[in-house]
Ligand binder design. Structure first.
Ligand code: CP3
Length: 355
């Protein structure tokens, strides 16, 4: 069995078929942040774990919450339960998740802080994440053999933005400022992240991840010159590094709010599937991206909170625009914690009919 095959011999999983360029209909689906606080069963495990990092680094618990949305909804993909900030944490940067505040890192602002990052420690510190992948894959093969396991990492730009800033931000002014004022230092940080992210994703693939996704949540705040330098180039190197060892593994890129640069991003990074954010017009993306490249997305998570006819109308428009091409139904950003779980069930029923 290769990494792109699964289920019974010769019968490939629908999600992996779509991610490999096949127009599967009705389209396979999963939702970004499908494991999370909107689910009572998640909140229960989260309370038992204590902290969020503790949950991510306790393989039995992380595997359990990864599988919860599969059990409840029968999605086509399970996404490893972890966080994009586990890479800086595994490189030795101080990280905590403050209740109601989001992630807080010890801000990285000078050459000494970049030099202190320790890539050699990554595989050992992140070992529980890889164990989660192994446990989850085994559980899926035993109980849900048509479900594919997706591994992921943040893209260097977005992860660097949090590392420099130290927390979420409306404009990430410190990170963008460093990229202009000291591109040599910022470039050193990005190169460290390219190597660490390659290593981190290869370890996930070796542990059983069947596809990988690169989240670049803050790609869209850069002007084109900076987007090419800090989003496209580092992502292209990671994709090339992974393909050298795993030529057929599906890679999904998510350059959030890239707008008209989505086509250039896709061609130059070499990703096989590109995830559309909420603001992207699926018809524009269909024209801007070659027909053999997969698209994923992009229902507004707010319409999922609303449910009912608003949800159905939005979902149907996306399905109509994507029919006939390789496509994976998803949201345009992560599911919100106030989403009623029954609205997700409503969406799954609709997508299963093909709209
Ligand atoms: O999609 C999934 O179900 C898999 C798990 C996953 C999480 N974070 C779990 C999580 C994934 C793929 C991520 C990616 C991630 N993390 C991104 C990229 C995608 C995006 O949303 O733009 C980013 C920017 C982060 C950083 C991060 N982690 C923030 C800003 C926050 C706080 C926001 C919040 O919702 O609290 C987190 C915490 C986080 N990551 C939670 C979860 C389920 C909530 C923590 C909790 O349960 O207390």
């Amino acid at each position: 069995m290769t990494e792109a095959t699964g289920g019974t011999a010769g019968e490939r999983k629908p999600l992996l078929r779509a991610l490999s360029g096949e127009a599967v209909w009705p389209p396979p689906m999963w939702l970004m942040r499908q494991a999370g606080r909107y689910l009572p069963e998640y909140r229960e495990v989260r309370a038992k774990a204590g902290g969020f990092i503790k949950l991510c680094t306790t393989p039995e618990m992380a595997a359990e919450v990864t599988i919860q949305p599969i059990r409840r909804y029968g999605m086509d993909g399970a996404i490893l339960f972890s966080d994009i900030l586990i890479v800086p944490w595994a490189l030795g940067q101080g990280l905590r998740f403050a209740e109601g505040e989001g992630p807080v890192l010890d801000p990285l602002r000078d050459a000494a802080a970049v030099a202190a990052l320790d890539p050699a420690a990554l595989r050992e510190r992140a070992a529980p994440i890889f164990e989660t992948v192994r446990l989850t894959r085994a559980a899926l093969e035993a109980h849900a053999a048509r479900v594919a396991l997706i591994g992921f990492a943040g893209s260097p730009w977005t992860v660097a933005a949090y590392m420099v800033e130290g927390h979420g931000s409306r404009d990430f002014a410190a990170a963008r400022g460093m990229a202009y004022a000291d591109p040599t230092l910022f470039g050193r940080l990005i190169r460290t992240l390219v190597d660490a992210t390659t290593d981190y994703l290869l370890a996930q693939i070796e542990a059983g991840a069947e596809a990988v996704m690169l989240f670049d949540s803050w790609a869209g705040m850069l002007p084109p010159s900076q987007f090419r330098r800090w989003v496209i180039e580092p992502t292209a190197i990671i994709v090339r590094n992974i393909r050298r060892q795993h030529p057929t593994i599906p890679v999904i890129g998510f350059p959030r709010l890239a707008g008209p640069l989505i086509g250039e991003y896709t061609v130059r990074t070499g990703v096989g599937t590109v995830a559309m954010d909420t603001a992207m017009d699926p018809r524009f993306a269909a024209g801007a991206v070659a027909p053999n490249i997969g698209l994923q997305g992009n229902l507004d998570p707010l319409s999922l909170i609303a449910g009912g006819v608003a949800l159905e109308a939005e979902a149907r428009q996306i399905l109509a625009a994507m029919r006939g091409r390789p496509f994976v139904f998803n949201l345009g950003h992560g599911i919100e914690k106030t989403t009623p779980p029954e609205h997700v069930a409503q969406l799954v029923r609709l997508v299963r009919t093909g709209g």
